[in-house]
Design a protein around this ligand. Structure first.
Ligand SMILES: Nc1ncnc2c1ncn2[C@@H]1O[C@H](COP(=O)(O)OP(=O)(O)OP(=O)(O)O)[C@@H](O)[C@H]1O
Ligand SMILES: [Mg+2]
Length: 360
C-alpha cells in the first residue's frame, strides 16, 4: 500500500538512534519570566528509520533538536544519540550527527565543490579526502555538473540538496533535517523527498525530520511524534495513528432506501461496523467504519446488489494525518500554525472533535 519500510521494533541490541528521557528545558524569558519549553519529554527513535517530529509553533521541536545536536543543554533529563550522552560527550555526539538547519547553510559565493570541501575540512578531513568526498557527494545528489557554479546561482531545490550533502561529509549515522522542503516548489519538494527516502534506504541513516507539512510526514516518516507544549502527545507510524481513529469510512449513496433493510444488509458484510443510515428526503447515505475501506468496497457492493438495494456513488476514505493531528493535539493543524496569541484566543477544540464530526 505504501513504500515505507515498517518501523523495526527492538529486535537487536544495537543502541537506539535517539533516546530521550524526561527532558525538561526552562528558558529565562523577559522580566524574569520563565518559559518551560520542554516538560518531561520522553521518546525513542529506532536506528535506520525516518522519524517525523510534528507540532504547532512553540511546541518545543527546535528546542529538542538543539539539545540533541549539542547546541543547547537540557535543564534536566537525559538524551542519547547512538547510546552516547549529549551532555557528557558532546564532541562524540557531533561525530555521529549531521544537521541541516532551516535556512540555507552553504556559502552563496562559493561553488558546490568549495562548500563541500570546506565542510569536510571543518570536520577535520585532509584536503585530498575532502575533495574526493565532495565530488562523490555532488554526483550522488545529482549536482555533478554544477561543480564550478557559485551556489548563489543554484535553484532553491539544488541549494537544499547541497545543504543535505554538506551535512553528510563525515558520514553521520543520524541526520537532523529542520523543515527541509519549506519554500520549495512542488517539483523540488518531490526531489527532496526522493533523496530522503534514498538516504534512509541505501545508507541506513536515521533521519529526524521536523516538518510543518503533514503530507510530508505522512509520506516519508516510518514513525511520527506529535509534540505540544513541551510533551509528547502521541507517537506511532502514520498508519497506526490513522488506524487509532476507529478505522476508514465507507460511504454509499442510497436511492429511496428502506433504512432498516440497508442496515441489516450492511451489518452482514464482514468487516463493516458502526453502520449508520442517514436519510435526506427520498435519498440517503450508508456510512460504516472498517479497518480497510478499499477491501470492504467489493463485498459491500455485492451484498447491496444481491439484496436489490438501489445505490449510487460508493466512496472509501482513510483518516488523514490531519484527522490524527486534530484528534490528539486538540486543534487542527492549520489553526495550530497561527501565531500563538491568536491560537490561544480561539481556544482549543475537544480532543474527540474528530469522532464528534463523524457520523459513526
Ligand atoms: N532562547 C530562548 N529564550 C526564551 N524562550 C525560548 C527560547 N527559545 C525558545 N523559547 C520558547 O520555548 C518554547 C518552545 O520553542 P521552540 O522554538 O522549541 O518551538 P518550536 O516547536 O520549534 O516552534 P516553531 O514551530 O515555531 O519553530 C516557545 O515558547 C519559545 O518561545
Ligand atoms: Mg522551531
Amino acid at each position: 500500500m505504501n513504500d515505507r519500510m515498517p518501523a523495526t521494533r527492538r529486535a537487536t541490541s544495537s543502541p537506539l538512534a535517539v533516546e530521550v528521557s524526561d527532558l525538561t528545558k526552562t528558558y529565562r524569558g523577559a522580566a524574569r519570566t520563565r518559559v518551560q519549553a520542554l516538560r518531561g519529554l520522553t521518546f525513542q527513535v529506532e536506528p535506520g528509520i525516518v522519524f517525523g517530529m510534528l507540532g504547532p509553533n512553540g511546541a518545543g521541536k527546535s528546542t529538542t533538536t538543539k539539545i540533541l545536536t549539542t547546541l543547547s543543554t537540557p535543564t534536566s533529563g537525559s538524551a542519547r544519540i547512538d547510546g552516547v550522552d549529549v551532555v557528557a560527550k558532546p564532541a562524540e555526539v557531533r561525530a555521529h550527527i549531521g544537521y541541516v538547519s532551516q535556512g540555507a547553510s552553504t556559502d552563496p559565493l562559493l561553488t558546490g565543490t568549495e562548500n563541500l570541501v570546506l565542510a569536510g575540512r571543518l570536520r577535520g578531513m585532509s584536503s585530498t579526502d575532502a575533495r574526493a568526498r565532495a565530488s562523490a557527494l555532488l554526483r550522488e545528489f545529482g549536482l555533478g555538473d554544477t561543480t564550478d557554479r557559485p551556489v548563489g546561482k543554484f535553484s532553491g531545490g539544488m541549494r537544499r540538496r547541497l545543504d543535505v550533502a554538506a551535512a553528510l561529509v563525515h558520514a553521520p549515522r543520524v541526520l537532523f533535517l529542520d523543515e527541509p522542503t519549506t519554500g520549495l516548489d512542488p517539483e523540488s519538494r518531490a526531489a527532496m523527498w526522493g533523496e530522503i527516502r534514498r538516504l534512509s534506504a541505501e545508507r541506513a541513516i536515521t533521519v529526524i525530520l521536523t516538518t510543518h507539512y503533514l503530507e510530508e510526514a505522512d509520506r516519508l516518516a516510518d514513525d511520527i511524534m506529535i509534540i505540544d507544549r513541551g510533551t509528547k502527545v502521541v507517537g506511532g507510524s502514520p498508519d497506526e495513528l490513522k488506524a487509532s481513529l476507529n478505522g476508514d469510512a465507507l460511504r454509499v449513496a442510497l436511492v429511496e432506501p428502506d433504512a432498516d433493510r440497508v442496515r441489516r444488509v450492511a451489518a452482514s458484510v464482514p468487516g463493516l461496523r458502526n453502520v449508520v443510515v442517514e436519510l435526506q428526503g427520498t435519498s440517503g447515505q450508508l456510512i460504516a467504519r472498517t479497518d480497510d475501506a478499499s477491501a470492504a468496497v467489493a463485498p459491500a457492493i455485492a451484498a447491496l446488489e444481491a439484496a436489490g438495494i438501489v445505490f449510487g456513488a460508493v466512496s472509501a476514505s482513510r483518516p488523514s494525518l490531519d484527522d490524527v493531528y486534530l484528534h490528539y493535539a486538540g486543534r487542527s493543524f492549520d489553526r495550530s500554525d497561527a501565531p500563538a496569541g491568536q491560537e490561544q484566543a480561539s481556544g482549543s477544540e475537544p480532543a474527540n472533535a474528530v469522532e464528534k464530526g463523524q457520523a459513526a
